[in-house]
Design a protein around this ligand. Structure first.
Ligand code: FES
Ligand code: FES
Length: 395
């Protein structure tokens, strides 16, 4: 076994694997990123295409160990990517997939074409995609979808990126493995400056893949609410599923978040740092956590701002919740459902805060485990009720 350290979907990963492990097996079996498909497993079909340092590469014939220090992006890492979002819509519109097995690799390669070729015609797209085979033979729809995205971007005056923004070689490996782990890795530092340059034990900054805005009000003055937000122990007690592992310090809070989603139980162990600005009654909590059992990892931040209401007797709390989730749990979340869940969780958090600030007896706080399943059932029940309500309304 050898330990391989690399960046996958903007997250630093350090995992042991056999030296012979392919990158495809590595992301699928070690990181549960199963959107990368294995087809021929000898570099012909393109189903396993990922981005390696920004360049499409066959992950079935690339050793994971050869990617030491590289920046890998799988189809899951392109969830929020602008071009991939446009391509997904075009694939749907043009019926560019049947069984969908080739689609993740096809999207990764098509994104590269859109990025590099501002005026590709049908022939050029066919040549560009010739390394990706569709066993359902849906090439007409695929080419039409890619062409429509290229044309739409050209109409919006979006310039192509010379060489697709490439900085180093791709398909044979990252080109950095030979340099050894102790030597500097300039390209990776450019991609993840905060995590690389951070002090040991400190919590790095990051760019969240998903941001949800929420707002609630509390019948307490802003100064009192701001003081409450400074009491990390009390705040943690109001957050469903959260517990602290040691006495909190502003620069480092260590804790555990227990989550259950149907049969999947995860315990994210991690740390966070807290920033506050009394002048603007605002602050930020940024944290990272991993769950060994489900191979899931998350980076998250909560930004808050307090605004006086009703002549300063009440407070509006504006929350911006940003997170990036990878691994098994990331694959069961759907954006609409996650937004509903966040709304429910924030409502629960607000109720707990209010109870705590009103001096409710201890023990009336948040449950020890965040059961997504019970919240999901509530959300689905509410959605169903809304739907039936709409149906039964008189015309
Ligand atoms: S599975 Fe990698 S090219 Fe076919
Ligand atoms: S849609 Fe089935 S393999 Fe391409």
């Amino acid at each position: 076994m050898t330990t391989i350290a690399l960046q996958v979907n903007r997250r630093a990963v350090e995992v042991s694997a056999e030296p012979r492990t392919s990158l495809a097996d590595f992301v699928r079996d070690k990181l549960d990123l199963t959107g990368t498909h294995r087809g021929c497993e000898h570099g012909v079909c393109g189903a396993c295409t990922v981005l390696l340092d920004g360049v499409p590469a066959r992950s079935c014939i690339t050793y994971a160990a050869a990617c030491e220090g590289a920046d890998i992006t799988t189809i899951e890492g392109l969830d929020e990517d602008e071009i991939t979002t446009e391509l997904r819509a075009a694939f749907t519109r043009e019926h560019a997939l049947q069984c969908g097995y080739c689609t993740p690799g096809m999207l990764v390669s098509a994104r590269d074409l859109v990025l590099r070729l501002p005026d590709a015609d049908e022939r050029r797209i066919r040549v560009g995609l010739s390394g990706n085979l569709c066993r359902c033979t849906g090439y007409v729809g695929i080419v039409r979808a890619v062409q429509s995205v290229i044309e739409a971007r050209r109409a919006r005056d979006i310039a192509a990126l010379a060489d697709g923004g490439r900085t180093s070689l791709g398909p044979a490996g990252s080109g950095r493995a030979a340099s050894g782990r102790s030597e500097p890795r300039p390209a990776q530092q450019a991609l993840a400056p905060a995590s690389e340059s951070a002090e040991p034990g400190s919590i790095p900054d990051f760019i969240p893949a998903t941001i949800l805005d929420q707002r609630f009000t509390l019948p307490h003055p802003p100064a009192k609410v701001f003081a409450m937000f400074d009491d990390i122990g009390a705040i943690a007690a109001c957050l469903p599923g959260v517990s602290l592992k040691s006495p909190p310090r502003p620069e480092r809070v260590e804790g555990l978040i227990r989550v259950r989603l149907g049969p999947i139980a995860a315990a994210f162990e991690g740390a966070a740092r807290v920033e506050r600005d009394p002048a603007t009654l605002s602050g930020r909590i940024v944290g990272i956590g991993t769950d060994q059992r489900s191979h899931s990892a998350t980076q998250g931040e909560i930004r808050y701002r307090l605004l006086p209401l009703e002549g300063g007797t009440a407070t509006a709390v504006e929350l911006s919740i940003g997170y990036t989730l990878t691994g098994m749990l990331a694959q069961v979340g759907r954006p609409g459902l996650v937004r509903d869940l966040a709304k429910r969780l924030v409502a629960e958090f607000a109720a707990n805060l209010d109870r705590h600030m009103s001096g409710a007896p201890s023990g009336a706080g948040a449950p020890a485990e965040l059961s997504f399943w019970s919240i999901v059932s509530d959300v689905l029940r509410a959605r169903l009720a809304r739907l039936l309500g709409r149906r039964s309304e008189p015309e």
